[in-house]
Design a protein around this ligand. Structure first.
Ligand code: ADP
Ligand code: ZN
Length: 517
């Protein structure tokens, strides 16, 4: 059977989505793969389809015991023999599955990571007696400290490559920036993995950030326009989810709370009611949502500032899985940013704090953007995107294009003259001719020194930000991020390439107010 035939026969689909076909082929060729696909993109098929075609067993590692049953049931309904082993089963049930595994009848076995390599676990020795064709690791970002959902038990999955050196491994996630990807490749010891990155753009979601002033009333205004809709409201603290849900109930909304501190029964009930549309609004901490497959979520509100873009993007991605227009609204306040900064500092070791602070900083930058939010998000995930999505709040404010070639040339030559060894703040001080002692005397002799004195710090920050987003400059990943030129810089410096900036009315006003007198 070809992959195409299996797609039709077992899954009832006529076409592969995103890069599914190439991913399936990579696995069938015996190679490792790292798959990044947005939530709802169709990751499961990337290992389920090879599982059907391969001769032996596919082991699927998934962190969510609660979802295993659903997935296994769905496979069995499609005529694919699948099973799971987890702590909810009694020894008898487990024994039955063991026998079915031994007879080679089962194609997919779902396991939670903690079962595998514990000191007591005899599971691995048993699995080694079977013909294992493929190992699939779902939610692979859980292996990374830097991700937003680190699970220590994932670290043990490194043992797969030692225990099953010949078996291909496919790691899948909906959220992984560069650092997390690197972590996944290294920690799982993937061998020459091919990376498959699907577009993360979710065109039907529109992004909006509102200054958080009187969040509760702002929220009520928003909900007023979404009376019939189903949505998720994320809060930072457990207590807040309960308080807010109670307040919304008083306003007549069918709202429930969800957080990790609730007992399992309440969690399951609330989630169930939400899935069945009896509850319209889920007020939740980020504990809610992973693996939840509800297609008609019309909006996701972040009542508090998320800790990083990865988490934010994954959470907003729970809206609009049905492809219909949906909204992502975030309430931003500097106070929230400050609070999270303090958390980030106490949390963990120095390097970890540094990375968390950097990620938080990227989140704050997103909130303060005056350029397309979608472009920023795509850029964050290493995707190119034209500068205007036309559907985020920034794009919906009126923009005009201005020629920024001269400004760009000034900025790029400053970076060049400073030998590409300084950060944004230093470059701006240099451009503006700051008398600060921080600026070395030798630099003060350069012609470029002070050529940008006609613009405020804020303007320079914005323009340099735009230059980075447009790829004419790059920022290094160091503890003290440094501005560097890119391949695109030279044509600008030589006057062969024009640069455009997007300016909104609000920005012009601000600039006017900031003009040095
Ligand atoms: P993910 O794990 O990436 O969030 P899923 O694997 O749950 O996504 O797939 C999301 C939805 O897309 C599911 O309903 C799935 O059946 C469907 N799907 C996956 N691949 C295809 C395809 N090639 N054609 C049509 N629908 C698909
Ligand atoms: Zn936009």
């Amino acid at each position: 059977m070809t992959p195409q035939q299996a797609l039709h026969k077992y899954f009832g689909y006529t076409e592969f989505r995103h890069e599914q076909e190439a991913i399936v082929q990579q696995i069938l060729d015996g190679g490792d793969a790292l798959v990044l696909m947005p939530t709802g993109g169709g990751k499961s098929l990337c290992y389920q389809l090879p599982a059907v075609l391969l001769s032996g067993l596919t082991i699927v590692i998934s962190p969510l015991i609660a979802l295993m049953k659903d997935q296994v049931d769905a496979l069995n309904i499609n005529g694919i023999p699948a099973a799971y082993l987890n702590s909810t089963q009694n020894p008898n049930e487990q024994q039955q599955i063991v026998s079915r595994l031994q007879s080679g009848e089962i194609k997919l076995l779902y396991l939670a990571p903690e079962r595998l390599f514990g000191s007591e676990s005899r599971l691995v020795s048993f699995l080694k007696t079977l013909n294992v064709s493929l190992i699939a690791i779902d939610e692979a970002h859980c292996i990374s400290h830097w991700g937003h959902d680190f699970r220590p038990e994932y670290l043990m999955l490194a043992n797969f490559k030692t225990e099953f050196p010949q078996t291909p491994v496919i790691a899948l996630t909906a959220t992984a920036d560069d650092l997390t990807r690197k972590d996944i490749r290294e920690k799982l010891a993937l061998r020459k993995p091919r990376e498959f990155v699907s577009s993360f753009n979710r065109p039907n979601i529109s992004y909006k950030v509102a200054p958080k002033r009187d969040a509760y009333n702002q929220l009520l205004d928003f909900l007023d326009e979404h009376k019939e809709d189903s949505g998720i409201i994320y809060c930072l603290s457990r207590q807040n989810t309960e308080d807010l849900a109670a307040d919304l109930q008083k306003q007549g909304y069918a709202a429930k709370a969800y957080h990790a501190g609730l007992d399992n029964e309440t969690k399951a009930r609330n989630q169930d009611q939400f899935l069945r549309d009896e509850v319209k609004i889920m007020v939740a901490t980020i504990a809610f949502g992973m693996g939840i497959n509800k297609s008609n979520v019309r909006y996701v509100v972040h009542y508090d500032l998320p800790k990083n873009i990865e988490g934010y993007y994954q959470e907003t991605g729970r809206a609009g899985r049905d492809g219909l227009p949906s909204e992502a609204l975030l309430f931003y306040s500097g106070g929230d940013a400050f609070k999270l900064q303090r958390f980030a500092k106490v949390d963990g070791n120095e390097e970890q704090s540094r990375i968390m602070l950097k990620k938080l900083d990227d989140m704050v930058k997103y909130c303060q953007l005056q350029t397309c939010r979608r472009q920023y998000l795509m850029h964050y995930f290493n995707e190119q995107f034209p500068d205007h999505c036309g559907s985020c709040d920034v794009c919906l404010t009126e923009f005009k294009k201005v020629d920024g070639t001269v400004i760009a040339q000034k900025a790029l030559s400053a970076v060049y003259r400073l030998n590409q060894r300084f950060g944004t703040g230093y470059v701006i001080d240099f451009l503006r001719g700051s008398r600060s002692e921080k600026i070395r005397e030798e630099f003060k002799q350069l012609k470029t020194y002070g050529i940008g004195a006609d613009m405020s710090k804020a303007e320079w920050q914005r323009y340099i930000g735009q230059l980075v987003i447009q790829g004419y400059l790059q920022v290094t990943d160091d503890a003290y991020p440094i501005l560097k030129l890119t391949a695109a810089s030279e044509p600008v410096l030589k006057g062969q390439q024009k640069v455009e900036f997007s300016i909104s009315e609000a920005m012009e006003l601000e600039v006017a107010e900031n003009q040095p007198s």
